[in-house]
Ligand binder design. Structure first.
Ligand code: ZN
Length: 428
């Protein structure tokens, strides 16, 4: 019989030995507004301080003066093709380098989680790339990976945008074809398909059953196609307005899903708020119609974070000029080169919304799409301590510091460092 140690047999509240952090002199984006409050976390999770005072009877181990910064959740980008000279679809030989560079580079833009996005490609490429885009927690190495967003190849040839036509498939023969094309779906978090293609309806149900979020896009489909797809499990629309039928008052197309009464639940939709892919008036129409569904995505490609000139996306060449990337020799937009912090600023300006609404479209809304409500994209107690310290003076917003799981992983150049004041815990 094991002997009982008297020192542990007495009931006492559990006291964690992990350090408790208290950020002071800050404002928080919480529950749809900005509140003046301290911000607490421990073990990489946001902490409710009250039970700590009253049950554990311990105080903060580390305090930090935030100098009136605004604290918000880290941004989540669910459509990102690459950046900083790297592309997830074009160069499997350099994929590990690509993941390292992009994940690290994103920290300066406030992104703490993202979905590396693979454009329409050959089965051989999917089989090479997708097994290596596995979920990974973020940290000092870079932003966390939520799994891949696979955009194509079951999309409309008429609405292909920058996707390579030779790899586009105009139907799904049977669900067995999905594994033949992609390989295992384990690392696929989100897939974009055109709902009007033969066999896609069964594919949507197959994806949804496996926990893959299904998005509709690069589509020539009408509203009925979209409604049928949502009733089969689709829940998102890929870059609304781009690569789909334009809104028509007698057939509003996929855009009509924003107000359809024939869908079991409201859909969410991605918006590239770079001031180019979506006209500010169209952005306002979408936002005013269905504000809670709006998800900011960058759809950024390899040239994001680089300068002007010619760059590679997939196997195509694109030319960057200003905030614009187009296929060389044509007017077709080839994905954007904006960063998420820019998208938030642009959305706030173009839609005339508050900074809080702008932030929610880059945090809470994408988290909901990915089934991560309460875990990421929020400062609620118990959520992951992925957060940003922002400067929000004079209507501009800039990222000062980026934290993942409570660890500072980025500080903007010329920003005074945060000082962490450590206190010895008193012995009881
Ligand atoms: Zn696209």
């Amino acid at each position: 019989m094991p002997s009982i140690d008297p020192s542990t047999s007495k009931k006492s509240p559990p006291v964690s030995q992990s350090k408790i952090y208290q950020f002071k002199n800050c404002r928080l984006v919480r529950d749809g507004k900005i509140v003046k409050d301290d911000f607490w976390f421990r073990d990489g999770k946001i902490l409710n301080p009250e039970p700590v005072f009253f049950e554990e009877r311990v105080r903060a181990d580390v305090t930090v003066d935030c100098r009136d910064a605004l604290i918000c959740p880290g941004f989540i980008d669910i459509q990102l093709n690459g950046g900083f000279g790297y592309d997830f679809s074009s160069d499997p030989e350099r994929l590990d380098e690509c993941l390292a560079k992009v994940s690290k580079g994103l920290l300066a833009t406030g992104v703490t989680s993202y979905c590396p996005t693979v454009v329409t490609s050959s089965p051989a490429l999917y089989h090479q790339v997708l097994p290596r885009l596995r979920q990974r927690a973020g940290g000092s190495w870079g932003a966390g990976i939520l799994g891949a967003h696979v955009e194509g190849p079951f999309i409309s040839m008429e609405k292909k945008g920058a996707h390579k036509p030779e790899f586009i498939r105009n139907s799904v023969q049977n669900v067995g074809e999905l594994e033949a094309v992609y390989g295992a779906l384990d690392n696929v978090a989100l897939v974009t398909v055109a709902p009007e293609l033969p066999g896609v309806s069964e594919a949507i149900a197959h994806f949804a059953d496996r926990g893959v979020v299904v998005s509709l896009g690069h589509s020539n489909g009408n509203l009925e196609d979209g409604e049928a797809a949502v009733s089969r499990g689709a829940s998102f629309i890929t870059h609304l307005f781009n690569a789909m039928l334009p809104f028509h008052h007698r057939d509003p197309g996929l855009v009509g899903l924003l107000t359809s009464r024939l869908v079991p639940r409201p859909v969410h939709y991605g918006i590239i708020a770079d001031g180019i892919h979506t006209h500010p008036a169209a952005l306002r129409i979408a936002h005013r119609t269905h504000p809670k569904g709006l998800v900011l995505v960058t759809d950024a490609m390899a040239a994001m974070g680089l300068g002007e000139g010619e760059h590679q996306i997939g196997q195509m060449k694109v030319r960057v000029a200003g905030q614009c990337a187009r296929l060389v020799g044509s007017d077709t937009l080839a994905g954007s080169i904006v960063t998420m912090d820019h998208c938030v600023r642009q959305f706030v300006k173009d839609a005339g919304v508050s900074l809080v609404e702008g932030i929610e479209a880059a945090t809470e809304h994408p988290a909901r799409v990915m089934g991560l409500s309460g875990v990421k994209g929020t400062l609620k107690y118990g959520a992951d301590a992925d957060f940003l310290l922002l400067s929000d003076h004079e209507d501009s917003m800039t990222v000062l510091h980026t934290f993942i799981a409570g660890e500072c992983v980025y500080s903007a150049p010329a920003t005074p460092p945060l000082s962490f004041i450590h206190r010895q815990r008193e012995k009881k």
